[in-house]
Every structure is written in structure tokens, then in C-alpha cells.
Design a protein around this ligand. Structure first.
Ligand SMILES: Nc1ncnc2c1ncn2[C@@H]1O[C@H](COP(=O)(O)OP(=O)(O)OP(=O)(O)O)[C@@H](O)[C@H]1O
Ligand SMILES: [Mg+2]
Length: 542
């Protein structure tokens, strides 16, 4: 819903005499402005209640006693005989766990609807309606300023400083356009704050101050504490060994968020789900793709959503998704999505919280029009709800398997390069053989993170050796082979889990690699363009 649709919807609800409407927003001032305009069109006066001033009409306190919530509701019965719009600003805290207040408010809402030409409206930053009022209250989310509104806010602010002797102000259309594009998704006050900060810090407002507006967005993310900004500068797609099918898919979509793609008729990519064996590069891929696409990577911590530390889990999810839209274009990384959603089947023991959180996420995924790309990962498919896999949620579901021979070769090469050693000094073929089925037996191979660990440990051994005797050689292939022989691969200890995962993947996912499950064989994977087209009985030889 954009800003215009929101105003139209709100006006409709007021005209239709809904008993009580709750507008969820942090932007009280902006909401009040909208309400005053609507009330003006409907010839109603606006009476505002706040916890500090009580009932206020045209800037005047109506009665000092009305700071008391119950007294205020009783007074509103009388005042409501004249066409009025009552706006209750801090009321959500007075209604929660306070049955007398909730009852008084309910009676008022019903009386206003049935006998008076008036309406009651709550403005609240959170949707926290007590159960006894849920039938009375209709909830409407106020959208943040869209591009048009952001442009107006920026334009008004910038114009106010044009001609100021000590400031360098650029009010050209290009400058306003760049600042507004960066500001879109922020609340009005936040846009104005970021512009004011630019004036104080740089004595300027121009295209160059876009970074300060974007900094404001990072602040908001940090304050909310639900999403985490993940630094990705050190990563790029070349850091991923193998997974070529996935990499090609991602590479093709790199430009799909541009205006040129939009003009061509291309829709924003929605997202991918990576399911797979632990330690094979799912999280790594999230970081690499964000870096390659030059988009911020926001990690959604499912644990925090449900922690109860910051508000209700459902409200947390809504805040997290709103925040993502604020910084869009962005990548929303939902790591181990199954952990948050595992209880979403009916009969869960958390009072339905995970069902509601899951519902919020699914609806958002279905309806979102913003350039937020979802990068979800999972390594346990047992609890993945089927709704998540349905058409329209993800553009593709990829299965990340144990690395093939070729892929292990690439991963060893990456790890050796990461150690700043010359590849020519190592026998990659030997490492590939030592880390695969010819060494461990059928179906057993090292994962990417195990390869990383053996190279790291071998380096440590070599360092220790040299520290004892400086004349001995640097790390060599044999050091890595020695380390490999010391570990029990995860694919050995968890072979039945892996088998199950592969069976599931054969029917539900596309392979992230181009190469085969078994060492030594190669098979081209034909990428299916959509989840719904992933066929059962694909030609995969497990
Ligand atoms: N395909 C790969 N290419 C290069 N490095 C890899 C690859 N797979 C794993 N690694 C190394 O192993 C580390 C751990 O991998 P990552 O965290 O991406 O695994 P994961 O699939 O997300 O595992 P989990 O399911 O346990 O979260 C990476 O940081 C990287 O160093
Ligand atoms: Mg991971």
C-alpha cells in the first residue's frame, strides 16, 4: 500500500464508521497531519489524547482531569455528540493488561459508532491490541514516505537553505533526486534529521551527502537490534569453490535490480533458498553475492525474533521486514530459516507465535514489490513447512551437496591462496584424492569447511615446525594430507541425514553444482527456471 492508497483507505474506514481504527506507525506527526486533512474533508473536529496533556482540541487542553485515561473516555462520550475524530496517541500502554481501561474504551467505541457522528482512532508504534478489543479495532499500517513524498520533504528542506551565505546548497533536480532516492524508506523526521546533520557536518547539501542519508538508515537498523549489517567487502563470487550452477544463476541476476532492467520489463528477483549439508558454502554464498551485487547484507536472526527481549515475535518480524524495505535494494539473509519456523505447524507449543511469524513472512514474500532479495538457508528440511516451497515464494531452491572432485580442487586452491602460498607448490590432484571417496569410501567426502580446517591446521603445524627449526620446509601437500587423515568427516558420521537430504533435494531442488554427486562422474545440470517446474524423478544418480 503506498501513501495515497493508505490515505484513501483510512478515509474510507472513517466514513464507514469503523468503531476503532489503529494506525501503526512511529510517525505520529505525519499521521496527525493526514488525519487533520481527512477530518477537514469530513467536517469533523480533531480531538487528540496524550498521556501528558489529556484531551486537546485546537491546541487547548479541554480539562486537566482528562490526563486520566478513564476520565478521558467518559468525557469523550459527551464530546462525541458533535462530529469529532478522537485520536488516542499513547493509549496502547493504557489498554494492555488493564481490563477496566480496555472495557471503558470498548464501550466508548461502540457508543460513538452507534449513537454519534464520531470516530475513535489509535496511533501506536506497535500493534499490541488486547484480546478483548481485537474485534473492535481495525489495524492499518501507515507506509513510510514513498518516492514522491520523500522528494517533497527533501525539496522543502533543501529550498529552505538556498542562498544561505555559509552553506553550499545544490537544489538542482539531480541533487534532489539523488538525496530523495537515498532517503526513501526513512520516516519524515529521519529524512530531515539526516539532512540537518549534513548541514552541520559538511555545511553542504548536494549529491555528495547521499552517504550521510544512508548512514541514517544503518543507524536505524542497529537501533532496532533485530537485523544485523554483515560486512561483505572481503568477499566476492571467486571465493566460492564450485557451486557453478548457483553462481551462474546469481551472475545472471546481478543487473536485474537496475532501472534499465525495469524499463526492459524485468521484475525484481525475489530470492533463493539454499538447502544443504553443513559447511558446504551456504553462508559463504550469501556474503559473496551481496558483495558481488553491491547491496547491503542484512542478517535476520530468527532467535532474536522469538527471544522476547524486544517486543512480541510477530511485531519483531514486521519491524524487521519494514527495516529491510527501508534500506532496499538489499539482501535479506535468513540463516537457518527452519529454526524459526519449525514450530509453525499446528499444535506447536508456543501459543501459535511461530505460525503467526511464519504467516507474516510468507505474506510479505508473496506481496513484496520492493527490491529486497531473500537469501534463505536451511540444513534441516524435516521441519521446512511446505508453504515455504510453493511457487511465488522463491525464484529457485538450490541444493548444496558435498563438493565433487573438481569442486574440492577449487576449494583447496582458494584456501591455499588465502594462506598466501603459491598454488604451483602443491599437488592439488593428490589433495582431491585424499579428501574424497577413494580415501574414505563411498559417499564420504570432506566439506568446504573441513577443507578450510585441514589447510589451517596444516599451516599451524608447518609454523610450529619452523619455529622449532628454521631450516625445515614451509607447508607442503603432505602436511595437509596428514591433517586429512586425522579427521572423521561429517559425511561419515551423518551419512543417513545426508542420504535423506539428497532424496528430498531430488524432488524439490536444483543442484547448486554443475558436477555430480559421485566422485569421478560428471553430469550437466539443467537449471529449472522455477521451483514449481522442478520435476520429480530428475535424472540424478544418488
Ligand atoms: N564451496 C566453498 N568454497 C569455498 N569455501 C567454502 C566452501 N564451502 C565452505 N567453505 C568454507 O567453509 C566455511 C564454512 O562454510 P559456510 O559457513 O558457508 O557453510 P554453511 O553451508 O553455511 O554451513 P552451515 O549449514 O553449518 O551454516 C566458509 O567460511 C568457507 O571458508
Ligand atoms: Mg551457514
Amino acid at each position: 500500500m503506498n501513501a495515497d492508497e493508505f490515505v484513501a483507505e483510512l478515509e474510507n474506514l472513517i466514513r464507514a464508521r469503523y468503531a476503532a481504527i489503529c494506525v501503526t506507525t512511529f510517525e505520529e506527526e505525519r499521521c496527525l497531519l493526514i488525519l487533520r486533512n481527512i477530518a477537514g474533508r469530513l467536517n469533523k473536529r480533531v480531538i487528540i489524547w496524550t498521556a501528558t496533556k489529556g484531551l486537546v482540541l485546537d491546541g487547548k487542553n479541554l480539562d486537566a482531569k482528562s490526563v486520566d485515561f478513564r476520565t478521558a473516555t467518559l468525557m469523550a462520550f459527551e464530546l462525541g455528540r458533535e462530529p469529532s475524530l478522537f485520536v488516542w496517541c499513547d493509549a496502547h500502554t493504557y489498554l494492555k493488561n488493564q481490563p477496566v481501561n480496555a472495557r471503558a474504551f470498548k464501550e466508548l467505541c461502540q457508543a460513538l459508532r452507534d449513537g454519534c457522528p464520531s470516530n475513535s482512532l489509535l496511533i501506536s508504534p506497535v500493534m499490541d491490541i488486547p484480546i478483548e478489543l481485537q474485534k473492535e479495532v481495525t489495524v492499518l499500517d501507515m507506509p513510510l514516505p514513498d518516492m514522491g513524498e520523500a522528494r517533497r520533504i527533501v525539496d522543502t528542506f533543501v529550498s529552505g537553505y538556498v542562498g544561505h551565505a555559509e552553506l553550499s546548497i545544490d537544489n538542482s533536480q539531480e541533487a534532489i533526486e539523488s538525496l530523495s532516492a537515498a532517503a526513501v524508506g526513512l520516516a519524515q523526521e529521519e529524512i530531515e534529521n539526516s539532512l540537518a546533520k549534513s548541514l552541520v557536518k559538511r555545511r553542504a547539501l548536494s549529491r555528495n551527502e547521499v552517504d550521510l542519508v544512508l548512514e541514517e538508515k544503518k543507524q536505524i537498523i542497529r537501533k532496532a537490534g533485530i537485523l544485523e549489517y554483515i560486512p561483505t567487502e572481503k568477499f566476492d563470487l571467486s571465493k566460492i569453490g564450485g557451486l557453478h550452477n548457483l553462481k551462474n544463476w546469481l551472475e545472471k541476476r546481478k543487473g536485474a535490480f537496475s532501472q534499465a532492467a525495469r524499463n526492459f520489463g524485468v521484475e525484481y528477483p525475489r530470492g533463493v533458498l539454499l538447502v544443504g549439508i553443513p559447511g558446504c558454502g551456504k553462508s559463504l554464498s550469501a556474503k559473496c553475492v551481496a558483495s558481488a551485487w553491491k547491496m547491503p547484507l542484512l542478517k535476520l536472526d530468527m532467535g532474536r525474533i522469538f527471544s522476547g527481549i524486544v517486543g512480541s515475535s510477530e511485531a519483531n518480524m514486521r519491524i524487521a521486514l519494514n527495516l529491510c524495505e527501508t534500506v532496499a535494494p538489499a539482501i535479506l539473509w535468513i540463516d537457518e530459516i527452519e529454526k524459526g519456523l519449525s514450530g509453525s505447524d499446528s499444535g506447536s507449543s508456543d501459543g501459535g507465535a511461530s505460525t503467526r511469524v511464519f504467516g507474516t513472512l510468507l505474506t510479505w514474500m508473496q506481496e513484496k514489490t520492493n527490491p529486497v532479495f531473500i537469501f534463505a538457508t536451511a540444513n534441516n528440511i524435516l521441519n521446512l513447512p511446505p508453504e515455504l516451497l510453493r511457487k511465488g515464494r522463491f525464484d529457485e531452491i538450490f541444493f548444496v551437496d558435498l563438493p565433487s572432485e573438481e569442486e574440492r580442487g577449487e576449494i583447496f586452491s582458494i584456501m591455499i591462496k588465502n594462506c598466501k602460498r603459491e598454488l604451483d607448490n602443491f599437488d592439488i590432484e593428490r589433495l582431491v584424492a585424499a579428501s574424497g571417496e577413494s580415501e574414505f569410501g563411498e559417499g564420504i567426502r570432506l566439506t568446504g569447511s573441513e577443507i578450510e580446517a585441514v589447510v589451517r591446521d596444516a599451516l599451524l603445524e608447518a609454523y610450529y615446525r619452523k619455529s622449532v627449526n628454521p631450516d625445515v620446509c614451509d607447508i607442503i601437500t603432505q602436511d595437509i594430507v596428514n591433517e586429512i587423515s586425522k579427521i572423521v568427516p561429517l559425511s561419515k558420521s551423518r551419512s543417513s541425514d545426508i542420504k535423506h537430504l539428497r532424496e528430498w533435494a531430488a524432488e524439490n531442488a536444483v543442484r547448486a553444482s554443475l558436477s555430480t554427486i559421485s566422485d569421478g562422474q560428471r553430469m550437466e545440470e539443467t537449471s529449472k527456471s522455477h521451483v514449481s517446474e522442478v520435476s520429480v524423478g530428475r535424472n540424478i544418480d544418488f
